[in-house]
Design a protein around this ligand. Structure first.
Ligand code: MG
Length: 310
């Protein structure tokens, strides 16, 4: 029997210690068509996130209260970016629907395309991305951005799948690490990088399709093993998600944010008034969970800290 306390649904008692009853969910800004891809810049104390259909990246700067802030356009056009992260040098890494690539923003502001093809064929529309501590860039490539002109440019899938890839930016080699997903989407490493979690949102276009997160073991040579279902979504789909320092998963879902312990047990939810697409931890202590919810940016302080990976 779960307990509701403001926005919080405590399904397993430990979740009650992760959230503070006084720490209310706040809507920080609204005005997006589809908010996605949050990434926090600790060095500048600001958050970037995508507004995919409006072809722009927004920037939220918190004010001194830590409760409100200002949001403005960071970059437009943005090549319809979706997911974001930062590499270990602090550079912004972006998934682009519009350019069907993963690109990097250099420290001088110029943009470098890191990868746009696999075996000579164009990528579909990279969706979400994470960088491992060895510098390798892992991203998902479902077809959402080319299905219509809404989130990019309508186009044909070329290589005949929706894979998960690992890019070595040192030598440019691209490896398909998973080829059995319907629509791979959000992904995150466990804090020790021994596990990689990847969402499959195949149910978006097939009611019988997957609506789960799978868990893979990451071997020393960066190949993956396992891949069993870690959690299945009971409200819509898991899109983007992040790990905290204790290895819990904080995932987007239709009714808000779902929190899973490392065993895959749903321990609680943060109910959000809009469908949530992605989350990331921010703030100087990485204890503020930023939430991209359809038209709005939300945030809530927690008693946990986000894993180091941005
Ligand atoms: Mg996504």
């Amino acid at each position: 029997m779960s307990e509701r306390k403001n926005e919080y649904e405590i399904i397993e008692r430990p979740f009650g210690n992760l959230i503070g009853g006084n720490m209310r969910l706040r809507q920080l800004w609204t005005g997006a068509a589809w908010a996605e891809g949050p990434v926090y810049f600790r060095d500048g104390d600001f958050l970037l996130f995508s507004d995919i259909p409006n072809n722009r990246i927004m920037r939220f700067v918190p004010d001194q209260t830590g409760l409100e802030g200002t949001t403005s356009v960071y970059r437009q056009p943005s090549f319809n970016t979706n997911g974001h992260t930062r590499d270990r040098e602090g550079r912004l890494i972006s998934c682009s629907h519009g350019a069907r690539c993963v690109f990097r923003t250099e420290l001088d502001g110029t943009v470098t395309t890191l990868v746009d093809s696999f075996e000579g064929k164009r990528l579909n529309s990279p969706n979400d991305v994470v960088v491992k501590s060895d510098g390798t860039i892992w991203f998902t490539d479902p077809s959402y951005g080319i299905l219509s002109d809404l989130e990019g440019h309508q186009g044909e899938p070329e290589y005949g799948g929706c894979h998960v890839f690992r890019l070595d930016p040192g030598n440019g080699s691209l490896t398909a690490v998973c080829t059995d997903f319907v629509k791979p989407n959000g992904l995150a490493f466990s804090p020790d990088e021994k596990l990689l979690y990847i969402a499959d949102t195949g149910a978006s276009h097939d009611p019988d399709g997957p609506r789960h997160i799978r868990k893979f073991e990451v071997r020393g040579d960066n190949t993956l093993a396992g891949g069993e279902v870690f959690a299945t979504c009971d409200a819509g789909l898991f899109d983007g998600f992040r790990c905290d320092t204790d290895g819990r998963i904080w995932s987007s879902a239709a009714d808000g944010v779902h929190c899973f312990d490392p065993a895959g047990t749903l321990i609680g939810k943060i109910h959000v008034p809009e469908v949530v697409a992605n989350v990331c931890f921010g703030g100087a202590k990485r204890n503020r969970l930023y939430i991209c919810g359809t038209t709005s940016l939300y945030a809530v302080y927690t008693h946990v800290n986000g894993a180091q990976t941005p």
